[in-house]
Write a protein that binds this ligand. Structure first.
Ligand code: PMP
Ligand code: GLN
Length: 384
């Protein structure tokens, strides 16, 4: 393994899912739903397969039906106008969208600012692009992990090429507010930075939280690469369909890298996702309500089991602090948890450069059936 990748090893998701299999523990580690997305969308995929749509290489930028559906989604939901011909790119999941964006936009030695804790592929993708990551740590206060805007401002240097943003944020569940996004946008314009914004949990926001795409702020559309994913929005993580929306120039740049990574992917599934994006509002509202109920169930259960819980405003993850249980090392805790309690979780420390700052935090996924979450809570209560 070369020096750029040596520090990364096996992703924590693979490690922890393997541990769930060998121990038979309930897997609240890796974030994938245990209920597949809508029947009608699965049927659409079967129809595409059967009718021979997408069984051979689809067009490089994605099938026109899906590009149009992505553009309509951005317009209907956010009032953002994108030309499906030039400003939308279909990718092999958000993971490829992130990698291709960084490979296309970062010069060796450029600095990339990322919110810490950061989703694990960010660090590896920045490294593969030859960039150096500059983490800005979200710190807990008043029950929420917060971005310190002064710290963000101080992190910008003449070498900063772009900010890699993520809202709703994995793993903390923070949804950046309009005020925070306004400041981030102002900074990006002032310092002439690009922003790659990972918004794969855009439809998973709860209570009063609102997802506002960064691209909708003044001066941002032309400097923002926005990323979405059908895996998260429609509960088909195995299909690996994601997308990028941006200007023609930035989309062309990302596509230059993408064409030598996978070239294309997921042919028949692209047609199905095009139909999914046109589902009525009720689908998105039901999905949100279902996940909110699960968030409450798991958050309350974890509180009852003795954890300090950061109730998330978005995503399907809840971050906890294990110190009330007399524990301080999330890694050790998560490695032992399958044996001790029959549950798998993720140590947030893997998402930090400042490992000490992340040490006591542990993430649980709640995109699981109610009975599974209840059983997990019953088991975790035995820890006290
Ligand atoms: N970004 C974030 C924040 C994620 O949690 C994930 C995991 N789904 C991804 C990107 C990757 O998405 P995909 O499965 O579409 O590649
Ligand atoms: N995004 C998922 C998570 O955060 C995992 C995806 C993966 O395994 N790469 O848990």
């Amino acid at each position: 393994l070369n020096r750029r990748l040596a520090e990364f090893g096996t992703t924590i998701f693979a490690e922890m899912s393997a541990l769930a299999v060998t121990t038979g523990a309930i897997n609240l580690g890796q974030g994938f739903p245990d209920t597949d997305g809508p029947e009608s969308v699965r049927e659409a995929a079967v129809r595409a397969l059967r009718d021979g749509r997408g069984n051979q290489y689809p067009p490089g930028p994605g099938v026109p039906e899906l590009r149009t559906a992505v553009a309509e989604h951005q317009l209907d939901r956010y009032g953002l106008t994108y030309d499906p011909g030039l400003e939308v790119l279909v990718t092999a999941g958000a993971t490829e969208a992130i990698a291709a964006s960084l490979l296309a936009l970062v010069e060796p030695g450029d600095e990339v600012i990322a919110l810490e804790p950061y989703y694990d592929s960010y660090a590896a993708s920045i490294a593969m692009a030859g960039g150096s990551r500059v983490p800005v740590t979200l710190r807990p206060s008043d029950g929420r992990f917060r971005l310190d805007l002064d710290e963000l401002r101080d992190a910008v240097t003449p070498r900063t090429r772009l900010i890699l943003l993520n809202t709703p944020h994995n793993p903390t569940g923070t949804v950046l507010t309009r005020a925070e996004l306004t400041e981030i946008a102002r900074l990006a314009v002032e310092r002439d930075l690009l922003v790659v914004t990972d918004e794969v949990y855009e439809h998973l926001v709860f209570d009063d939280a609102e997802h506002i795409p960064l691209a909708s702020f003044p001066g941002m559309r032309e400097r923002t690469v926005s990323i979405g994913s059908a895996g998260k929005t429609f509960s088909f993580t195995g299909w690996k369909v994601g997308w990028v929306t941006s200007t023609p120039e930035l989309v062309a740049a990302v596509r230059s890298a993408k064409q030598y990574l996978t070239y294309v992917a997921s042919g028949p599934f692209q047609y199905a996702v095009a139909e999914a994006l046109a589902l009525p509002d009720a689908f998105f509202a039901d999905f949100r309500a279902d996940m909110r109920a699960k968030r409450d169930l798991l958050s309350e259960g974890l509180t009852a089991a003795g954890f300090d819980v950061y109730r998330p405003a978005g995503t399907y993850f809840v971050t906890t602090d294990i110190r009330p249980l007399g524990e301080t090392d999330g890694f050790a805790f998560c490695r032992a948890l399958p044996e001790r309690a029959g549950v798998v979780a993720i140590p947030n420390a893997v998402f930090y450069d400042h490992r000490d700052a992340g040490a006591p935090f542990v993430r649980f996924a709640f995109c699981k059936r109610k009975g599974v979450l209840e059983e997990a809570v019953t088991r975790l209560k035995r820890l006290i």
